[in-house]
Design a protein around this ligand. Structure first.
Ligand SMILES: [Zn+2]
Length: 400
């Protein structure tokens, strides 16, 4: 057994980091129990909300602070005991629920004794953020993620499988089995749960992937990795140093992390119908590359902002986002033959949910993609009062 490097963990609430991350189940379930995909859509209880307020949104196991998408866990299984209920990030939370990881397809076991579990979470988070950034940062992220995935083989050699459910079953059987608990502990000590970029939970009859919206919040202006403020990714650098030193390119400077505004069309240049300036157009938000403002033409020829389009699935390729925005402009510009047809590009179908806000004319349209198994929230179009004139979206195929 190698002693993992102790990394100073970040966050203003670092003093609160007091939950040790041992891969386990809370509470343990008997071997052979069927675990169905987890429903994560329940509202947090009053105790859980109080715990998250008390901890300031900081994960008590790794120190990661986020205003949204954190979870609460009752360490002793008693959901009414505030003292035993702690805030955890989704990566740390799933370490305590190994049995559910297989159902969520959200992690695999790797052998990585060099780093502590909590440090691994920071490395993977920064790698996922770097993939959103694109360019050199994304290439470095791919190198780290590939090096980490390559450690699965060693976990298979150690445990016989890289499936967290297998470890969960071994742990559940431990009290009754011949297995030496000390040997089991030693084996577990070098294993790490590598978070994968998906988190499938059951919503009704469908599976929904919660990871893209989570990543979207992390990189949003309110998120812990607001792209505008992002200058360095120290955990990605450290991960590469430990796991893939050959992939480190000293030529990549921190300045390259800044998002490239030119990656997105600043405006829709022409009226799709070709009859002069279009009634509606969009502009990119210079501070948030996943937000676009919709503008309506005024009688004097200028434009006023009337709504916004927000990309939720930040893993969507820029070209696909542009196609969708163009299609939406056709819709709001009164094109009677709107076809939201992006299926060829994404191998998925696009579904939407249309919602009026209050009794006013403001509307909110939520788009999701569906690949026959999993739905992923994709984007939200919000239009101010009076913009949407109750036309049904003619010709639109809701894909249902
Ligand atoms: Zn955490």
């Amino acid at each position: 057994m190698t002693t993992p490097t102790r990394h100073p963990l970040p966050g203003p609430h670092a003093a609160l980091i007091d939950v040790p991350l041992r891969l386990r189940m809370t509470p343990p379930v008997p071997a052979g129990t069927f675990i169905e995909p987890w429903r994560e859509d329940r509202e947090p209880t009053a105790v859980e909300r109080a715990a998250m307020r008390r901890d300031g949104g900081a994960c008590r196991a790794c120190g990661f602070v986020s205003g949204e998408h954190q979870l609460a866990a009752a360490l002793d299984g008693n959901r009414r005991d505030l003292a035993q209920t702690v805030t955890l990030c989704p990566f740390c939370h799933q370490c305590l629920h190994l049995d559910r990881v297989a159902a969520m397809q959200s992690g695999v076991l790797i052998l990585a004794p060099e780093v502590e579990q909590a440090a691994l979470h920071h490395m993977v988070r920064e790698a996922l953020v770097a993939r959103v950034l694109g360019g050199a940062a994304a290439a470095r992220a791919e190198a780290l993620l590939a090096a980490l995935l390559a450690r699965r083989g060693a976990a298979q050699a150690r445990l016989g499988s890289d499936d967290p459910a297998v470890l969960a079953a071994r742990l559940a059987a431990a009290p009754d089995s011949e297995q030496d608990p000390a040997a089991l502990d030693a084996m577990r000590a070098d294993l790490r749960l590598l978070p994968l970029p998906r988190r499938l939970v059951r919503k009704g009859n469908l599976l929904e992937d919660l990871l893209p919206p989570m990543l979207g919040f992390w990189v949003s202006v309110d998120g812990p990795y607001a792209l505008k403020n992002l200058r360095t990714l120290p955990w990605l650098d450290e991960g590469l140093r430990v796991f893939a030193p050959a992939a480190i390119d000293p030529a990549v400077s921190a300045g390259e992390l800044a998002p490239d505004p030119a990656a997105i069309d600043p405006t829709l240049p022409d009226d799709p119908a070709g009859d002069g300036p279009p009634p509606f157009m969009y502009t990119a938000d210079p501070d948030d590359r996943f937000r676009f403002l919709l503008h309506r033409r005024l009688p004097d020829g200028g434009y006023e902002p009337v709504g916004e389009y927000r990309v939720i699935d930040v893993t969507e390729p820029v070209g696909v986002t542009k196609s969708k925005l163009r299609n939406l402009l056709h819709l709001v510009n009164g094109n009677e033959h709107l076809v939201i047809n992006i299926g060829q590009e994404t191998k998925t179908r696009l579904m939407y949910q249309f919602r009026k806000i209050g009794d006013k004319g403001a509307v909110r349209i939520e788009f999701s993609t569906f690949d026959d198994v999993v739905t992923t929230k994709n984007a939200i179009l919000a239009l101010n009062d009076g913009v949407w004139d109750d036309r049904e979206p003619a010709g639109a195929d809701p894909g249902t």
